[in-house]
Each structure stands twice: as structure tokens, then as C-alpha cells.
Design a protein around this ligand. Structure first.
Ligand code: 13P
Length: 250
């Protein structure tokens, strides 16, 4: 019922030449995939050259961040409209690295989500608890605050363009994946939050991705869970063979 999404977050990696080389490999390896939505997110400087290579392929392009203003005196920032102009179909918003390193608040993330949707782009909205929060048994509280804060004021119709990515911070880049059961429990809880905030149809239709050390070796078990609709992949998305295998999960 929900079309799976596999997204690659390239983070702060790859020059333009390297990004183009990886994209060429992915386009060749994934040309025949029609039943999975595939998204790649290079750095800002590589977006436009990668967009050129994606023309005519089923792969979509995402940016890793945006600023919630269209134009103006905001030195160093990039707006959703400019990302669309560069060829993007989506923007990753609220990644834990930005929440932690750049102190992004739920309020700022909410503004970014609204501006991105207004520019007719899809949002990959990231949430997830730290290890400390999990150990203090605060996971569900944190997820509740992040989901309610990030989606504040959105209408149910707008949720068709929102993909949620549950990424427990302790599983990101650590090689320590959440177990299938831990991930399923969090995803099912998040879907319940959507039911409370919106309605049954919205909760049923929303794609919820898992992120955190997803690899060819663990993707199949994760994707077998009822409420896991895809993956947001970091490290393994930088290697064409690994990312192609993750997209072709079994
Ligand atoms: P890793 O797959 O490298 O753990 O990164 C996950 C992530 O943060 C994707 O956004």
C-alpha cells in the first residue's frame, strides 16, 4: 500500500566530480527499478550537476538542508525555491547532526518544513532520540515532542509530501543498528502519533523510514517490519554496490 522509499544521505562527502561518478553508477545500476522511490542527497555544490545526470532516470534528488526564507539578507543560506531551481524534488530536514551540531530547534525545523512544502518539494523529516535519552527511558517523549513540534500547523493533505525518517542517534555512523523489533516499536509509535495529530488515512499513508547503520546485511530484516517503509542511508549510500543492494532489498 505504501511505496517504499530508499534515500541516500551523502552528508559532507564527495566533490562534484566524485558525486557525478557515483550518480552515473547508480543510474546504471537502478534504471530498471520502478516499485521503489529512490532519492539521493548530495552536498549543495553537487546538486545541479547531479540533477543533469538524473534526467530521464527514476532517481530523485534531495538537498540536505534549507533555510525557511525565499530570498533576502540571509548570508550563507539556501532557500527551498533555489533548491527546486537546482533540480531538487525533496529536502532532508531536521537531521540529528544539525539538531546537535547546529542546535536546530523543533520550531526552526517546523518553519523549514512549511517553506519546503510551500515550494512544492517533498520533505524527509528526521527524528530520533540520543543514547542518553533512550537509557533514561525518554524515547517516546522525545519522539512525541519532535513529531508534534515539527509538524505543527500542517493540514492532513500536506502530509502526502512528508516522509518521516526515524534515526536513533546512537545508531548513526556507529555500526550499531536498532534491532528490527526496536525499530518497529518506534515506527508503530510514530504512526500512532500521526493518527492522533491527523486521521487514520494520513497515518496509514505516511512513509516512515528507518536510518542508522543500514547496510546490505541488515536491510532485509528491517524492511520486513510492518511499519518500516524504507531507509535513510548514510555511509552505505556512498558505495554504489551497497546502495543498489539496499534499494533491491528482499
Ligand atoms: P549511517 O547510515 O552512516 O549510520 O547514517 C545514517 C544517517 O544519518 C542517514 O541520514
Amino acid at each position: 500500500m505504501r511505496k517504499p522509499v530508499i534515500a541516500g544521505n551523502w552528508k559532507l562527502n564527495k566533490t562534484i566530480a566524485e558525486a557525478k561518478a557515483l550518480t552515473t553508477e547508480l543510474v546504471a545500476g537502478l534504471a530498471d527499478v520502478t516499485d521503489i522511490e529512490i532519492i539521493i542527497a548530495p552536498v549543495f555544490t553537487a546538486l545541479s550537476p547531479v540533477a543533469d545526470l538524473l534526467k530521464g532516470s527514476p532517481l530523485q534528488l534531495a538537498a540536505q538542508n534549507c533555510y525557511p526564507q525565499e530570498t533576502g539578507a540571509f548570508t550563507g543560506e539556501v532557500s527551498p525555491l533555489m533548491l527546486k531551481d537546482a533540480g531538487c524534488q525533496a529536502v532532508i530536514i531536521g537531521h540529528s547532526e544539525r539538531r546537535q551540531l547546529l542546535k536546530e530547534s523543533n520550531e526552526l525545523i517546523n518553519q523549514k518544513i512549511k517553506k519546503t512544502l510551500a515550494a512544492d518539494l517533498k520533505v524527509i523529516f528526521c527524528i530520533g532520540e540520543t543514547l542518553e535519552e533512550r537509557e533514561k527511558d525518554l524515547t517516546l517523549d522525545i519522539l512525541t515532542t519532535q513529531v508534534k513540534g515539527g509538524l505543527l500547523g500542517l493540514a492532513p493533505e500536506q502530509m502526502t509530501d512528508v516522509i518521516i525518517a526515524y534515526e536513533p542517534v546512537w545508531a548513526i555512523g556507529t555500526g550499531r543498528t536498532a534491532s528490527n523489533e526496536q525499530a518497529q516499536e518506534a515506527h508503530s509509535f510514530i504512526r500512532g502519533l500521526l493518527l492522533g495529530l491527523f486521521d487514520q488515512a494520513t497515518a496509514d499513508a505516511c512513509r516512515i523510514l528507518y536510518g542508522g547503520s543500514v547496510k546490505p546485511a541488515n536491510v532485509d530484516g528491517l524492511m520486513a517490519q510492518d511499519d518500516i517503509d524504507g531507509a535513510l542511508v548514510g555511509g552505505a549510500s556512498l558505495k554504489a554496490a551497497d546502495f543498489c543492494r539496499i534499494v533491491k532489498f528482499e
